[in-house]
Design a binder for this molecule. Structure first.
Ligand code: DC
Length: 232
């Protein structure tokens, strides 16, 4: 049977590889929904902090994740071309989930299998209708292995740290280059070495090397690959 749903695109890769920038641009170009799965883990880490739950407590964090999903406490809002806003319990947490502390917390809570299980169906439900660009670490391998096209983005740790540093500085945050690089390396280690759904390239993914490549060229390369998808 030929599927009639619109395509699902997945973009995975390590922190700072440029996934969000290109995912947003491609979603706008295609008129697709943009799903930032990292924002979901970040929101759970933030909710844990606010509930005084230790990020390393897998069961307690999983209970928080279940509560968020079951009671529809997480909401994304993004006007076309605008920036995505994330709401937890109706409160805008878009900036609060982007601090280096929450980055580290998201990496820690996302290593727990029960936390990932609690968030899996939520992600699949959003993508099931199609017309979605999802980005994260396991969107092509675990969340949506039947995706129509999977990209895996790569860039050197130094380049990724430099981008993250510029991004945080532009937001007026106090940042240190070496600390940013150390944080990227530590997150890479945690994200690739965890037992459940580690960051890895799907066997059928298209590699996208972005070190030293202008973002516009990266987007063009990916858009051309998407154009080659069979028409429905
Ligand atoms: O993409 P990001 O930096 O916002 O993600 C924050 C953390 O969430 C990242 O360190 C690993 C985790 N994550 C994950 O485990 N699986 C995903 N699909 C997305 C993010």
């Amino acid at each position: 049977m030929v599927s009639t749903r619109l395509p699902v695109l997945t973009i995975d890769g390590p922190a700072g590889a440029g996934k969000s920038t290109v995912a947003r641009a491609l979603a706008d170009r295609l008129g697709f929904v943009y799903l930032d799965t990292g924002a979901i883990y970040r929101t759970v880490a933030l909710a844990a902090t606010r509930a005084s739950v230790d990020w390393s407590d897998a069961d307690a964090v999983a209970a928080i994740a279940h509560d968020i999903v079951q009671h529809g406490k997480l909401r994304f809002d993004r006007p076309p071309g605008g920036t995505q806003r994330v709401f937890l319990d109706g409160v805008d947490v878009s900036e609060a989930i982007r601090t280096p502390e929450v980055s580290s917390g998201a990496s820690t809570v996302s290593a727990h299998a029960p936390v990932r299980a609690a968030l899996l169906l939520l992600q699949r439900d959003i993508a099931a209708v199609g017309g979605v660009v999802m980005e994260g670490r396991d969107t092509g391998t675990v969340v949506f292995p039947d995706a129509d096209i999977k990209f895996f983005m790569i860039a050197s740790p130094e380049e990724r740290a430099r981008r993250r540093y510029e991004e945080l500085k532009a937001k007026g945050m106090q940042v240190d280059m070496q600390a940013t690089l150390d944080e990227i390396i530590e997150r890479d280690r945690r994200d690739t070495q965890r037992a459940t759904a580690p960051l890895r390239r799907a066997d059928d993914a298209v590699d996208v090397e972005t070190t030293g490549v202008p973002v516009a060229d990266v987007i063009e390369f990916m858009a051309r690959r998407i154009e080659q998808l069979p028409k429905r």
